[in-house]
Write a protein that binds this ligand. Structure first.
Ligand code: PLP
Length: 411
């Protein structure tokens, strides 16, 4: 056997088999390509980021500085300091009308770790997780890493990108363990109404073996005076079968601080804390103190941020809708737009490359228009692409103009 073949085989054996099923992040690949073009001197405009463009509010930063000065810099309880768990408990009671006991709450290093712990703690090989598509990119891969089976329910623009009770009913088998509801949604900004959540709750009552992961990460970024609802609030009888995840990343512009939290059945929370105790231990002590201030301190900047996001949504939506053949639903929350691009499939770029799918389309926008957006395929729905409008109005207007010009050149 040659040296090369041996090292290839060793490399193959080094990485676990279960990694063969998961995908590298499409958004990261795009970011790399954009960075490369930037280093070549190109003026790249990015509409791909998944974080607010506001700074973390000063009172939150000061709480962290105080924690450092007071020497609050050591290990804490694995599943979160009591002070933060109490702030989370009051948040759920004040904003969502749900009462959780402290042992029903866990704090982790980001909502992503909460979801990772949840599936690692509860899935057996072959257990199915119903994921409405389009979905947040990480759900299927986290399910696969936990050796579960994602089952996708396609939710088109005509469905408002939302899963009806009937569609959910059709997707359930005796292997279904979890369903996922994410509202406001990444990538579409769709928000489930009270009535739509009641339909989902009705299916859960019919199917006593299923649990719901409810991802409320964008709860506070909601527009047009729409009222936010969450499943455990409108179906208190199902509270023992609902796990709600939330965090400080989006509402408080704290993506880098890595604090997320979740609440649900105590047995499950205990198992999740055990996984955390054998992987990362406690979330950062300083970030936890900052998160207490975020949840319990001044909330007045939240509506101010929403107002600015809403103005940006309106401007980008107007410009995108003016592009011939492009359709876009008006998002009611989060900071994303999910327009269609299928009208350009089958057309050719000025360099005579054929556009066959959303990846070709976004590659064309990057190479020809110097604009970064994310293909719908990464979110499980072809024929669309995601725009993040969490950037300055100037960048948004310039980028939308470039997208319009590039689309007009497709023949
Ligand atoms: N859920 C959704 C829908 C998200 O978009 C994100 C982040 O982009 C997360 C959860 C995780 O957020 P974090 O790990 O920063 O708390």
């Amino acid at each position: 056997m040659s040296l090369n073949t041996t090292s290839l085989r060793n490399a193959h054996m080094l990485v676990a088999k279960r990694l063969e099923t998961i995908q590298p992040s499409a958004t990261l690949a795009l970011a790399q390509k954009a960075a490369q073009l930037r280093s070549e001197g190109r003026d790249i405009l990015s509409l791909s980021v998944g974080e607010p463009d506001f700074d973390t509010p000063l009172n939150i930063k000061e709480a962290a500085i105080l924690a450092i000065k007071e020497g609050f810099t050591k290990y804490t309880n694995t599943d979160g300091i009591p002070e933060l768990k109490m702030a989370i408990q009051s948040k759920f009671s004040r904003e969502n009308n749900i009462n959780y006991d402290m042992p029903e709450i866990i704090v982790s290093s980001g909502g992503k770790q909460v979801i990772y712990n949840l599936f690692a703690a509860s899935l057996n090989p072959g257990d199915e997780v119903v994921i409405p598509a389009p979905y947040w990119v990480s759900y299927p891969d986290i399910v696969l890493l936990a050796e579960g089976t994602p089952v996708f329910v396609r939710c088109n623009m005509e469905d408002g990108f939302k899963m009806s009770g009937q569609k959910l009913r059709n997707a359930i088998t005796n292997k279904t363990k979890w369903i996922i509801i994410n509202s406001p949604s990444n990538p579409t900004g769709a928000v489930y109404t009270k009535g739509e959540l009641e339909e989902i709750a009705e299916v859960m009552r019919e199917q006593a073996h299923i649990y719901a992961l409810v991802d409320d990460m964008y709860e506070h970024i909601i527009f047009d005076g729409i009222k936010f609802h969450t499943l455990a609030e409108i179906a208190p009888d199902l509270k023992d079968r609902i796990f709600t995840v939330n965090g400080v990343s989006k509402a408080y512009s704290m993506t880098g601080w890595r604090i997320g939290y979740g609440a649900g059945p105590q047995k499950l929370v205990k198992a999740m804390a055990m996984i955390q105790s054998q992987s990362t231990s406690n979330p950062c002590s300083i970030s936890q103190r900052a998160a207490v201030e975020a949840l319990a301190g001044d909330q007045s900047f939240i509506p101010e941020h929403c107002k600015i996001f809403q103005q940006k949504r309106d401007e980008v939506l107007k410009m995108i809708k003016q592009i011939h053949g492009m359709k876009c639903l008006k998002p009611e929350g989060a900071f994303y737009l999910f327009p269609s691009c299928s009208t350009f499939f089958g057309k050719h770029t000025p360099g005579n490359k054929s556009i066959e799918n959303s990846e070709d389309f976004v590659t064309y926008l990057l190479e020809f228009a110097d604009v970064v957006v994310v293909p719908g395929a990464a979110f499980g729905l072809e024929g669309h692409f995601r725009i993040s409008y969490a950037t300055s109005m100037g960048v948004l207007q310039a980028a939308c103009k470039r997208i319009a010009d590039a689309c007009a050149k497709l023949m």
